[in-house]
Design a protein around this ligand. Sequence first.
Ligand SMILES: NC(=O)C1=CN([C@@H]2O[C@H](COP(=O)(O)OP(=O)(O)OC[C@H]3O[C@@H](n4cnc5c(N)ncnc54)[C@H](O)[C@@H]3O)[C@@H](O)[C@H]2O)[C@@H](O)CC1
Ligand SMILES: [K+]
Length: 515
Amino acid sequence: MATKLRTLGPKAAAALDEELMSTGAFSIDQLMELAGLAVSQAMYAISPPSKTPHILVACGPGNNGGDGLVAARHLFHFGYKPTMYYPKQSKNELYQRLRIQLEQLKVPFTNDFGDAVQKNDYIIDAIFGFSFSGEVREPFPAVIKALAENKKPVLAVDAPSSWNIESGPPNDGPGKGYQPAALISLTAPKPLVKWFKGRHFVGGRFVGKEIAEKYGFDVPSYQGSDQIVEVEGLAHEEITNFEKSSVSGRFLSRYMSTLRELKVFTNLERSTVKLGTRLMSRTASSQINAVDLAGSSLTQQPNLPSLLTLPDELQLMIYKYCCPTHGVLSLWLASGILESELYTFHPESISRRLKSDLRLLHICRRIREISRAEFWKTTTVIFDIAANGAIYDYRAAVESVASRLPGALPFCKTLDLSCGRFPICQLPYQRIHEEYTVLSANGWAAVRIRCGRSLGEMQRLDEVAPSPWRPLRRPCLRCGERKEVMMRKLETTMLVIRDEGISPGRLLEVVDAIL
Ligand SMILES: NC(=O)C1=CN([C@@H]2O[C@H](COP(=O)(O)OP(=O)(O)OC[C@H]3O[C@@H](n4cnc5c(N)ncnc54)[C@H](O)[C@@H]3O)[C@@H](O)[C@H]2O)[C@@H](O)CC1
Ligand SMILES: [K+]
C-alpha cells in the first residue's frame, strides 16, 4: 500500500474504543481477541515458527498487555513456543482468564526478562499502548531499557512502549533509542508512526467505513482472509513503481526539465532506507545486521550507497549520497542498477562470533538471476572524525592499509568521504567498482576495502577483533594545521549478493524466498 494512512490520536483512539463497545455492541473480549489475533498474524508474516520458534511476549498491566496474552495463545497454536513476561498482573477477570488459558497450554511465565531475552528469537512488546503517558514507572524502566538495547528483533503492539503517542520516541529515559523492527497498529496508526522506521502492519478488520469516517481514519484494503495488512514500509508494488519510475525516460525528462532532482532523490533515498530496514527485519535471525544498498550507473560512475545497521550496533544509521550534483544523480536514475550487500558489521564488538548464514548463500546461488553470491573478506578502516572537527584527506591512510592487505584489489586513486550529508573531502572517483565502498555516519567515517578474491565457505572469518585505536597526525584540509585523528582497522566477512540489474523489488522477492 503506497498511500499514507491517516492517524488516530490517543483521545480519539480511546473514544473509538468506547464507541465500539457501546454503539458498536462489541465486548472488550471480542476487541482484544481480534487485536491479539492480528498481532499473531503479523508475527507469522514477519517470521514463521520454523524460523523463529521462541517468542518472548512482554505484557503490561492494561489492554495492550491483554492483546499480548491473546496473541501468545494464537502463536502457540500456530506452532511457536511463546514465553510470557507479565510482571504486573491485573486482578480483572478478563486478564485472569487469558492467563489461565495460557497456563492450560503449559505456556511458561518468567520473571527474569533479561534471561528470557537471551533465550528467545523474537520479542513482542505488549507493554504499553495508546494510554501510556509520562515517565515509565516501576517495574518497567529496566524492561524498556532492555527492549531498547537488546539485540533481538521486536514487534511492538500498537506503539513502541515508552514512545509518546503523539510526539514519538523519547529523548531520554530508558526508551531512548528504542526503534523496534516491526510495529502493528491496531485499528489505525497512531501519530507516533511518523518516527517509526521498521515494517509496519495495521490490524483491525472489523471496523466499518462509516465509523472510520466519523473518527477520521482509513480502513486499509485487507487481502484474502488476512486480519492484517502491511503498510507504509516499502510494499512490493511501491518498490516496483519506484523501480519503474527510476528507469523510465519519461520520468527522467520530466524531472530533468523541472529540475526537481533533489526531491526525487530524497524520495529514492527514503525508499532505499525503508527497503534496507525491511531487509534487516527479515534477516534478523540470521544475524546479518547490516545492509548496504548501492546503485551504480552503467558507466560505473559514483553511486548512491546506503548502509543501515540495526540500531544496537553503534547507532550507525547511514544514508549517504556522494552524488549531489544533477548530472550524477541523473546518471544514477538512468541506470537502475542496484548492487546490494547484506553483511555483518560489528565495529565495536571484540571477538564477536559472526554467523553469516551459509544457507542464505546456497539459496542465493540457486536463484538464477543472482549471478554472484559469495563471501568476501573486507577490511574497514574506521576514523573517529567527531573529535576535533578537522577535515582530512584520508587517502594516504587508507592506501597504506590497503597496500599491506594480501589480495586487496588495486587501490584506486581517489575516494569520497563524507560525514552524513556533509562532504568532508570530495574527489572524483576513478572507479567505483570492487575496490572499496565509503561509508560514513555521525562522527565516524569508514572506508571499506574489499579483498580481491572471494573467500571459500570454510575461510569465512568467525571472529572479529578490531585493532586498537591508533592516532594519525594529518593536515586538516580546512585550516592546514596538523591535527590528530584516531584510526582503527576491522576485518569482517561480507556476504555479497550482487547483480547488475537486480531491482529493489526483485531483491525483496529474493529475500522472501530465502527466509
Ligand atoms: N481499538 C483496538 O483495536 C483495540 C485496542 N486495544 C489495546 O488497548 C490498548 C490501550 O489499552 P489501555 O487503555 O488499557 O492502556 P495501555 O495498555 O496502553 O496502558 C495502560 C496501562 O499502563 C499503565 N501506564 C500508563 N502509563 C504508564 C507509565 N508511564 N508507567 C507505567 N505504567 C503506565 C497504566 O496504569 C495502565 O495500567 C491499545 O493500545 C491496544 O493495544 C484492545 O485490547 C482493544 C481493541
Ligand atoms: K506496545
